[in-house]
Design a protein around this ligand. Sequence first.
Ligand code: GLP
Length: 244
Amino acid sequence: EVLIAATAEEAATFAAEAVLDGLRSRRSGDNVLGVATGSTPLGLYAELAKAVERGEADFSTTTAFALDEYVGLEGTHEQSYRQTLVTELCNVVGLPESRLNTPDGYGDSEAQIRAQAAAYDAAIIEAGVDVQILGIGTNGHIGFNEPGSSLRSRTRIKRLSTQTRVDNARFFEGPDAVPTHSVTQGLGTILEARRMVLVATGSKKAAAIAAALEGPLSAACPGSVLQLHPDAVVVLDEAAAAGL
Ligand code: GLP
């Protein structure tokens, strides 16, 4: 389902409705939300906070799983995705930090990080994600599944593309300070969530969105895996929808 909103603000409202609707459909137990970093979901998180204020939502018993984390940054590092999500999600919607799960990209050896990635993948499958919130990179990546990622991949270490490091340099002292690798949920892992809600806004995302939604299913555009999912909601503003 593709929803095209007039503005980014309206897109955030539509996306929040799709997320809350997906969470409500859980039959039993506490709900499980897959969360994403990046600038795009911030409006959505603000809308979820408003729903909490109105008494229409409550994240105090929600379990969250993040898509990805940088390799080499401890979870306490300011630029780690864990700290980013504590600030931008947990503190905004009232989701306890103890319920936020993030991949652990910190360790003494590659083998240790690989083992942590496998354990994280198993924990996601055990929990069962009700709704996965997604953004998309300008190169079509989701999570940190860069172009060329296997469509059935699981949580693992991935090298970041030059484009992604340039895109994310604004959070660091420059492109060279951006970590070279990440631990990211695989495309196969992400696809196991019961509902996908992808948000994209702005003209920089237009080409990636056109390739993901109307291009061939291809590892060249990891976002195209949404075409395989039975309940994928894509919320765009007009600028991001311009290539459709
Ligand atoms: C990062 C994250 C992605 C996110 C992307 C887009 O690379 N790993 O999960 O979708 O950035 O970010 P933004 O929304 O800031 O454009």
